[in-house]
Ligand binder design. Sequence first.
Ligand code: DGY
Length: 425
Amino acid sequence: MTPDLDERAAAILRANDRGGYTVPTAGLYPYQWNWDSGLAALGFAQFDLDRAWRELETLAEAAWPNGMWPHIVFRADDPDYFPGPSVWDAGGEAAFPSSGVSQPPVAISMARLLYERDPEFGRPRLAALMPKLLAWRDWFRRDRAGHGGAILITHPWESGRDNAPDWDAALANVSAEGVGPYTRRDTAHVDPAMRPTRAEYDRYIALVSWGRAAGWDTGRIAREGPFAVADPATTFILMRADRDLMALAEALGEAEAARRIAADLDRAGDAAAALWSDALGAYVARDERTGRQADCISSAAFLAWYGGMRDPNREGRLMTTLRAVLQAAPRALPSLDPRDPRFDARRYWRGPVWAFINWMVARGLAEAGHHAEAARLRADTRALIEGAGFCEYFDPTDGSGAGGREFSWTAAVWLAWASPAHEEG
Ligand code: DGY
């Protein structure tokens, strides 16, 4: 049965290929999304390394002059998606219209994976990409640095974890007054019970309007906009990206860039401290405007090991928290602690399991020597995909699939990790 699944996963990536870039899934997400694209590159790397590099290159083509890689690239207008290019009205000075926010820089770490698969083949591709990779991480450190150096998101979409309870309190402070009538398209593709609520969507649109009125000045939006929250996932994924980029800079002999990144990584412990909640025994989001920490344990907390955090006290407690969450979840890793009253098994980032988060968390755990927990995540990911197919996400209570179908990142994670074709985790 498994070779079939390997073939199906590769077929999904090919079917979602729009000619050098991959959509997350047809219909629901008809454009190139940033972190999805990074993961699509990981999937293509398992059978077509040239195509994998192409995925990163097309994403980089949309980079803004200020260094930011936007979270959606609009190469063609598709009326089936809202909000499209005319609503964002962003990316005017870049090669393509785009959204006006970024997304966690998973793609930077994928460049290292691709390069290490075949350094000789990858070297010229990497050398050409390097200035944009560096400019993007510099942009995060310049325009998205919050308290203690933790990384801010200025829109829930910038986290990729749109309706995580991490932002509930901060989003409640965003006024939705003045948002005119609009028609959501996402709920025409999937059951509204699996998607963000109308009240959340109104605020998402209000934040787009604010950014558009600010001319998409990304520094000003972080300083003055109605929403700025330090996100543990983006913070840890950027730490990881920095470590990977430092290795790549060294491989290319770019000593100055490597030194610049190392200096930022030296301060990473401060960022982690800003996000640590002693009460919860986990890293949590922090509202930059009010200084308040979020009161929930999300799967983002467990990306600490992936980010390279190795504080014996904090990570010791974090492991206790992880074990409790794993025990409470028939299928791991739920995006929200199932013991939380807000847990909603099928509603997007308020409970469901995401295969690519499992992969990143498990990588970090294995690197830190926590092999039993890493193995649990891999076994659960495999069972979920075998049972429900390549869904966008999965219900941790009964293992059923949810969200979009034939999803690129689930296919990629299968090929790169969850498939039994891989001996080791
Ligand atoms: C959506 O349209 O739901 C996306 O998550 C925005 O990035």
